[in-house]
Design a binder for this molecule. Structure first.
Ligand SMILES: CC(C)(COP(=O)(O)OP(=O)(O)OC[C@H]1O[C@@H](n2cnc3c(N)ncnc32)[C@H](O)[C@@H]1OP(=O)(O)O)[C@@H](O)C(=O)NCCC(=O)NCCS
Length: 216
């Protein structure tokens, strides 16, 4: 599959100088975002069981902050995502492939400064959905929502250097690797180096025209 960076040259070079038309409606309830093969929507209590089954697997949780370990823990997490969204600090989308009813993963965006000028995104999918195109589909929807609806200017991500799929996914999504944050992530009693990645809004706007052709 072609990488986004490889096709950047084909993208329009029009520079859009205007600020995005942002809306605060998402603080009341997240919209439903439809992709080619997935829907992003607000988390529901009924998602707790599937998330608990899929996201607590060793290979999934290895490089992320420890997820809850029980269905009840995921139910409390889901309520917390609603509270944080209502407070305007954080957004968490459930990833639901077409044909399914419950979440198989999460895409999160949290503000790093008030009003989301700079924000950080993160993502996790059940391992049976890795390499299926779900990531790119959900990534496109999340990035577009962050830049065009929330008003994010710079979207950062951190991925443990040892996390090959996490870093590969970010590169594929058009993020630029800016450096390494040494010993910045404590996981299982060990401090891990993390790569810092970013996407800025103007770059995204110049390249998004080609996303349709690279999502499989
Ligand atoms: C991160 C995650 C959401 C990505 O979804 P995914 O379906 O695995 O992603 P994709 O397969 O579309 O893309 C990953 C890319 O990394 C590549 N990759 C895999 N191992 C790699 C490695 N060791 N080094 C570099 N690239 C690697 C893959 O080949 C793929 O690129 P390709 O499609 O061009 O072949 C998923 O792997 C996941 O949930 N991981 C566990 C949670 C996690 O680590 N989250 C990220 C925290 S930053």
């Amino acid at each position: 599959m072609e990488r986004l960076q490889d096709v950047n040259a084909m993208a329009t070079t029009t520079t859009i100088m205007s600020e995005p038309e942002t809306t605060a409606d998402w603080k009341n309830a997240l919209p439903v975002l439809a992709g080619h093969g997935v829907t992003l929507r607000e988390l529901r209590p009924a998602d707790a069981a599937s998330l608990c089954e899929l996201l607590t697997a060793g290979e999934v949780a290895r490089f992320i902050s420890p997820p809850p370990t029980t269905v009840e823990g995921f139910e409390r997490f889901i309520q917390w995502t609603h509270d944080e969204r209502a407070a305007g600090r954080y957004i968490c989308f459930a990833v639901v492939p077409h044909g399914l009813d419950t979440a198989i993963g999460l895409f999160q965006v949290r503000q790093l400064e008030p009003a989301f000028g700079t924000a950080e995104w993160g993502f996790v999918l059940g391992s049976s959905f890795w390499g299926t195109g779900v990531f790119m589909d959900a990534a496109r929807l999340t990035i577009e929502f962050a830049f065009e609806t929330v008003g994010v200017h710079r979207l950062e991500a951190r991925a443990a250097v040892l996390n090959g799929r996490g870093n590969g996914a970010l590169a594929k999504a058009g993020a630029v690797k800016e450096g390494v944050l040494r010993k910045s992530f404590l996981r299982n009693g060990e401090y891990l180096d993390q790569a810092l990645w970013s996407i800025v809004r103007d770059d995204w706007r110049q390249t998004r025209a080609v996303w349709g052709s690279i999502i499989h």
